[in-house]
Design a protein around this ligand. Sequence first.
Ligand code: LMR
Length: 399
Amino acid sequence: MFFDRIEAAPADPILGLTDAFRKDPNPNKINLGVGVYKTEEGVTPVLDCVKAAEKKILDEETTKSYLPITGLPEFGEITRNMIFGEGSELANSGRAVTCHCPGGTGALRIGADFIKQQNVATTVWISDPTWANHYQIATNAGLKFERYPYYDRATHGLAFDRMMETLSQAKEGDVVLLHACCHNPTGIDPTVEQWEKIADFLATKKLLPFIDFAYQGFGHGLEEDAQGVRIIASRCKEMLIASSYSKNLGLYNERVGALTILCADKDTAQKVNSQLKIAVRTAISNPPAHGEKIVVSVLSDKDLRAKWESELTAMRERIRQMRVLLCEKLQEYGAGDFSFITEQNGMFSFSGLSKEQVEKLKTEHGIYIVGSGRICVAAITKANVDTLAKCIAKVVKAQ
Ligand code: LMR
């Protein structure tokens, strides 16, 4: 027997909730687990700009032959412009190389594999809390991880001093994983001033930044959300960035992410690129084309890009409105002061609800949120906010 000693793994803390939600017969159930945007109608839409690009692709596509191992060159160019700024010196410097990976997760994993395979580092510092998958990606890639504190429960803000104090224990050459914006799960991001301190610290301590950039455009805007990455890139000569088009273009199941590696010079970038190709070749061979072509079509066409930006703004603003509405309703139903929710960025709200309260919401009310108390605000609508607030108030008052 080969497999009889294998133990059952726990369900995924985020995607496992979607499975459980699907099976729940409760007609009033609400899924606020996974980070997926919903319209007021409760639908995860295909953006109009994406539909238009897909029509064009279908008409013009002449082959399904393989893409280059790291994806189309124009995809890399577009991604570097998104990260470092349109037409910026860094985007055009030749110091950064990009490869298309399957989603932000794929980019994190290919990046972690690259770090391990090339003996770049052995230890990665990860925020506590973080997106649950970070820890297991590092572990499965063969890296060790340490945690640094991030969230201050008392102030509902960034535990900046404690974070820096803990990170000062990192050894030269360690990797520090940071969320570029819309920190998942807390929604709390460093200020510009704090980013500058972080960047100076990373450069002085000779630590390697690895940035998870999954939510560009969901915080304050495409440019605003890139500030942290750009500040770090202005101080640190080398870094990795795992970015994603899953959320901002709504391309979740097309799996379009990118790993960008910034190097000290062009020559090194070419060598890194050659090794990156091996990391990709041995993991996925070469990337799927459809989503990548959508990104290229939308972002390289003036009209489609303008359409995209307005659709992205609409998503961001609807989420902000839902934050305000949820706070008002929670107050109205006597759950207490949740005004901190309006200060958080991105798709999620770190509600402060305990594991027990989260469990009660699920079993007694069919409301699914992540065990850490993370609520996907992007799935709240005017139609479900009332039920949600009433149920939260009930479990809060029952304590
Ligand atoms: C999330 O945090 O809900 C998203 O990033 C989806 C995922 O893959 O977990």
